[in-house]
Every structure is written in structure tokens, then in C-alpha cells.
Design a protein around this ligand. Sequence first.
Ligand SMILES: *[C@@H]1O[C@H](CO)[C@@H](O)[C@H](O)[C@H]1NC(C)=O
Ligand SMILES: *[C@@H]1O[C@H](CO)[C@@H](O)[C@H](O)[C@H]1NC(C)=O
Ligand SMILES: *[C@@H]1O[C@H](CO)[C@@H](O)[C@H](O)[C@H]1NC(C)=O
Ligand SMILES: *[C@@H]1O[C@H](CO)[C@@H](O)[C@H](O)[C@H]1NC(C)=O
Length: 796
Amino acid sequence: MKEPHVLESINFANSFVQHLFFFFLFLILTTADKILLNCGSSGASPFNGVNWVGDIGSSFLPPDYDKSSSTLLVSNTDTIAPKVPFSTARITHSPFTYSFPFSPGLIFIRIYFLSSLYSRMNPSKACFSVKAGNYTLVSNFNPSVSAQDLNLPYFTKDFLITVIQGNLNITITPSPLVSKAFAFVSGIEIFSVPRNIYFRDSNPVPFLGHQDSLFINDEYALEMLYRVSVGEGVTVENAFGTWLDDFKYISSLQYGSVLNINHRPIDLNYTTFTSKDYNYSAPSELYWTARTMGSNGDANMRYNLTWSFPVDSGFKYLVRLHFCEISMEVTLARQRVFKVYINNQTAEEQMDVVALAGAPFTPLYRDYVAMVPMESGRRRKDMWITLHPDLDAKPKYADAILNGIEIIKLSSNNNLSASFQLKKEERRKKLSGVVVVAGTLGAVLGLLIAIFILIRRARKCETTRVLPQVTVTSGHCHRFTLAEIGRATSNFSEALVIGEGGFGKVYKGIMHDGVTPVAIKRSNPKSRQGFKEFQNEINFFSFSHMNLVSLLGYCQEANELVLVYEYMAQGTLCDHLYKKQKQPLPWIQRLKICVGAARGLHYLHTGTRHPVIHRDIKSGNILLDQNLEAKIADFGLSKIVPSVYHTHVSTEVKGTFGYLDPEYYKRRKVSEKSDVYSFGVVLFEVLSGRAAVNAVAVEEESEKVGLAVWAMHCYQCGTIDQLVDPYLELEGKVKSECLMGFVDIGIQCLANRFAERPTVGEVLSNLEKILSLQVSLEEQEINTNQFIPDAETILQ
Ligand SMILES: *[C@@H]1O[C@H](CO)[C@@H](O)[C@H](O)[C@H]1NC(C)=O
Ligand SMILES: *[C@@H]1O[C@H](CO)[C@@H](O)[C@H](O)[C@H]1NC(C)=O
Ligand SMILES: *[C@@H]1O[C@H](CO)[C@@H](O)[C@H](O)[C@H]1NC(C)=O
Ligand SMILES: *[C@@H]1O[C@H](CO)[C@@H](O)[C@H](O)[C@H]1NC(C)=O
């Protein structure tokens, strides 16, 4: 490919115009007011009156970068997207950084992406992050997924960030979690903007649904998602481009009615509220048009005028609403008073535009922060903006008015992509990189070390061998003699061992009737920790549910502690999923097991007098009986939630690595929602046939990552099919509706915060729906398949 150096392309001798251009470029490089970078091309590419500069050989990349690096420069002229910058792109499998000279201050960054395929590149492998300075602009980003959301083959992403000092570095990093991941970018536009347009360092913004307000400061990177002109007939433009029409965002059945004064432009009175710099904030054209509810007040009272905007769930948004009273009838306060709701939360009880602005034809805007929670598990959710007349203020008109809407996503500097943020190791010594799942895994490692130290300490205390007597707090728990246990297990014969854990060994025994098999758990007599857990199991013995393993009795004699359980013929769920000695389970069986386990957990959380938190939900603690019915075992760590007024219990962190709820180890608070998190991990084990820990080694040399991180990652990148157990693919029975539903509920369980996770009851009812859908789809299939052979038989 021809890659002329930008300087080589300029012929000083011949062209005065090119001299001028070079001078212009020189100015750009030194003062950097505005840069338009056409990635994957070289030299100047003027287009529609705008001067783009190619990145090949430019000073924004390290010198000789293109000669030494493996980035691919592609051109794609077969696109309906504007020729510049979309007909070329830079594609890379390894991280690279553009460095732009910008003085400190607020910077607008627009990144141009073309989603259509680049030759021979697999679109599902497009997964990357873009960082600007210290801010992650996008992570786990796959442009084709965004393009599908937007239904556009090309699009831009617009950001505002603060450069504190020195250069602005924009780093593009293919995801270290996807093997052969690549990143690509078509263009980058950057310019400085006045700081006061959105940032409010001293004046916090009301945070809907919260007591406090929020300071919008350097901590946040702002992504400008929607700039919408409400009303019609006026084109609104400012330095950030053209504002969209509101029509396609109206989601109420009624569209209200349009007010428009552009045929008699009026000097608006900007005395208050609005920034003087119309070029960057709202231009006056925005206020020349508006939408009201209509002239029929009675009808207005019966409906809500609502707009809805799809946004990513799990983030905070700054919503800026622009108002200006432009109707000739409404000139005084208390004439038009209305309520404003954002996401069904009251943003304004009594909005009176004239009263607030002091006069008609006086623009103002109001800012609100709204959180769009993850709770529904969908990656995209709608942000609602709703108007309704307010009659309490006894206004003259039962009506409402709105002129403009801006929606801006807030990404906090230190918690950027809501939850599972992936970071590269600082040293970045190898190109392939070492995956460090920062923060979360770090905390877990710390925790493991702490546990290790505790165990060491516990070992040191081994000298105390006298165990306290177990107490049976409620009801009657059968007490076996050691002689009975000895007979049942042929004196703890090694041949009968069916499992082993930190507590000791589990034996298969036969009760004195000579036929009933039982599982006998013998405490390692050296472990005091074991005693507590045994005592705990006995405390919970009175639970009785078909999806919980029943405790039949216990034995404490001569330093031996033994628990006797019903025998579960098919062993643990994890044996069936990835220990491979067993025949893999078909999909429908897996769904049934999940439903059963969810029922058991639901009983623990809601079916007993006080909710019980299991604290160690994992596939190793879900056992299967001879009919593959799932039962939850091991209440050694379980805890009662003492009163309904406590939604969580403070506690030391226990549980199993790979299943641990991040909120639990961060805040040392455990709730039923911690079990829900662990259950989410189990759901992904069931789907993927992989273990919760070290599930995926992404590339050679890289560390393995846990299943929860991997699942969230595939979900965000839109590569869910990578999660599915190859056996299930062979089986070919997983219906895509069921898969989507299953992944969805699993992802909801893995939400970072308690509040965003569903209850286990909700998980259960979703799983039941998925199971019955799968059953009915399979039945339909059988019916259609059977029809054909039958017909053939008849013909013969
Ligand atoms: C990034 O953050 C570090 C530590 O918070 C700070 O020292 C540094 O100046 C920041 N860099 C930029 C470019 O903002
Ligand atoms: C608002 O409430 C309506 C009706 O109750 C509901 O359908 C809608 O999903 C809610 N919207 C949001 C964003 O919560
Ligand atoms: C309008 O929306 C609000 C907030 O979502 C809701 O409480 C109210 O019932 C709605 N009114 C009508 C008439 O739909
Ligand atoms: C502009 O607004 C101020 C109050 O904010 C008001 O006092 C003044 O009269 C208005 N001017 C015009 C021309 O409407």
C-alpha cells in the first residue's frame, strides 16, 4: 500500500497553496485549537470545506510508528458513509497511542467509527477500549453492536474531558480478553471548549431519587448522547453539530402541538441562566421552537407527553432540559405550570417557565442527574422524560412546554464501565499483555492472602483438641452412635470416600436397614473451624424442602464429629459440567437443575421464619439425586438474617473464590443478594461448562480470568455465543430466545451492587419461563419432525 509521508506529499517549490496548508498544519500542531485526524490516510484530505489531516507519518504518532508496527491501514470506499474520514481506517491488534498537543482545559473529542466489515476481519473480534488521558471513554466496545443499536452503518461518539496537564494522549487498546481482538478507528476530531458549559464545580446538580446533589467535576468524562430540538421546522446547530429532531423520540400516543416562531425571529432575553456562549451551549434557534401538550386542557390532563431515549443501563446521566416561553398567550407567572418527570421520578413539581426566567422569551435550562440502574439486566434501557400539567398551582392553562433536551452520560474517572473494568498491567512489557482484572481480582487476592494467613494461624492453634459439645437448638436431630457410623462406613473405609473438602472426608454409607444409602461427612478432628461449620449445619437441620439436601442426624463421640445426610446418587453439579468423567448434561436437563437449585435457594431466602443466607452457593454445593433433581447442600457458612429491618449482615468474608460477591468483600456486608451473585456464576458455569475460577485463558502467556468477568465481558461485547458449552452447540437444542433470557438473568445476578440484582424469586420465575419455553419449542420441533416420516410411511 502506498503510504506517502505527509511532508513528502507537499511540494514546497511548486505550490503556494500547499505552503499555506503547511503553515496551517504548523499552526495546528503548535496551538492545537482543533484537530481533524483522518485515520489510515496520509496528507491533507479537505472534504466539505473541512481540512482533515492523515495520521500516517503525522507527529501524533511516534516517528516511524507505521514502519515498525503491525497496524493495518485499510480503505473502504464501498460505503454510504461520508468519504472522509470513513473511507480509511487504522486497524490494530496491539495498543497504540495518539498524542495531541493541547493546553489544559476542557476538550471535546469526537471519534468516528464505521461498523461495516473490513476485509477478512471477524466483526465479533472487534472489541476494544479507548482511553483519553486518565479517562476511559469506552471499554469492551464493539462498534458493530453500537451500530445495531443505532441502526446506522457509521456513527460518532462524542466526549468532553478535562486535560489537566501536558498532551492529550488517546490510547486504543484491543481487549486482552478476546483472542485476536482488534480495534479500529476512522477519524478523531478534537477541539477546546469553554469549561463552564456543563461542568459545575461549585454548583451541584440535583440527583433524582437521592438526598444529595452531584458535583459534575473533573472526576467525570462526559459522553454527549443526545442533543434534541423539541418542536420542528428549525435547524439547530452549534459547535458540536446539528441537533436532532425530537419526533422519533416521542413515545406517548399524543404528540402535543408545535410552537414555532422562526418566521418572526425575536431577540431572546439572555439576561439570566444561559451561558453567553451560544456557539457551545444552546443556540437561540433551539428556543424558537417548542412542543406544548395542546390547547385542550381537559385532554391534556388525561395524558403524559413523553419522550424516551435508549441509553446504557448502569450509568448516571446528566439531563439538561431547555425551556423558553414563546407563546403569545403565556406572558405571566402562574399561567402555565407543569410537572416534569425523568424516569418516572419527579424532577420538577411545579415548573413555571415565566416565573423562573422572570419574563417570556427568556431562555433557561435546568440540569438533573438520573441514574439508570442495571436492575432489568438489559444492556440498553429507555430514559423517559415526561411532562404533565400541574393543577395544584391553579394555572390559567393546563399545559406544558419544552424546547430542548440534552442527555449526557457520566463516566466516573475511577469507576468507568459500571462494573467489570479490565485493566492492562502497568508495565505493559509484552505486546500480548498480561490480564489483570484490576480492583476486583486484586481485592480477592488480598482476601485470599488474608484467608491464607488465617488458616496458618488456625493451624498454629491446633493444640486445642477438645471440641465443645454441639447443641441442638430446635427440634430433635437424631443422634447416631459412633458404632453405628463405623458399621455404616466399614470403619471409615477409604474405598467408600466419595468427596473431600477442607472440613474432612465424605463417605458413602449404608444405614442399619442394609439398604438406605447415606452420605457421611466426617470432620477432620484437627479442625476447629470445622466444628463451627458442623454446629451451623445442625442449627439449620430443621429445614425441609425437596431442593435442599436433608440432614438425617449427627454423631459426636470421642472427638469425632459426623453428619449424616441423604445420599445424592449423581454427585455434584460441577462434576457433570466440567469434570468430564460424566456424560455432559443436555440443555433441558441443565435448565431443570437451575430451576431446582433456584427453588431451594428461594426457600432459604423466603420460606423460613428468618431469611437464611447460604454464603457458599457454587456448583460444588449443588447435588443431584438419582433423578438429577438438584438439591442445595452445605450450610456450614449459612447465616440467619436476624430481623426484617436488616437487609444485610456485617460479617467476615467467607465463601469460595470465583463466586464471591464483589459488594460483599468490599463492604463486608452479606445479604441474600450475595447468594444471587454466586448463583449467577453457577448459571454461567451451567451454560459454558467451565469452572468459575480460571475459566478462560485468553491468550498464551496471559493469566486466566474468572467466569463472572468473562461472562460480563462477552455480554458487553455482544459475543455471547462464545460462552456456550461446545457440547450444547453440538446438541443444537439451545433455542436462541431461551439463550438470551438465560444470559440476561445471569447478567442481572452479576450486577455490581445488591440493589441492582434481582431477588432469587425473580431469578426463579425467569428460569421457569425459559424452561417452559424451551420445552414447548422442542415439542413443536418433535411434532414437525414426526410429521414428515409419518407422511412417508403412509406413502409407502
Ligand atoms: C492522571 O491521574 C494521576 C493520578 O490521579 C495524575 O497524577 C495525573 O496528573 C493524571 N494525568 C492526566 C493527564 O490527567
Ligand atoms: C415508567 O412507568 C411506566 C408505567 O408505570 C412503565 O411502563 C415504564 O417502564 C417506566 N419507565 C421507566 C424508565 O422506569
Ligand atoms: C404520568 O407519569 C407519571 C410519572 O411516571 C405517572 O405517575 C402518572 O400516573 C402519569 N399520568 C398519566 C395520566 O399517564
Ligand atoms: C429580560 O429579563 C429580565 C428578567 O430576567 C427582565 O427584567 C427584563 O425586562 C427582560 N427584558 C425584556 C426585553 O424582556
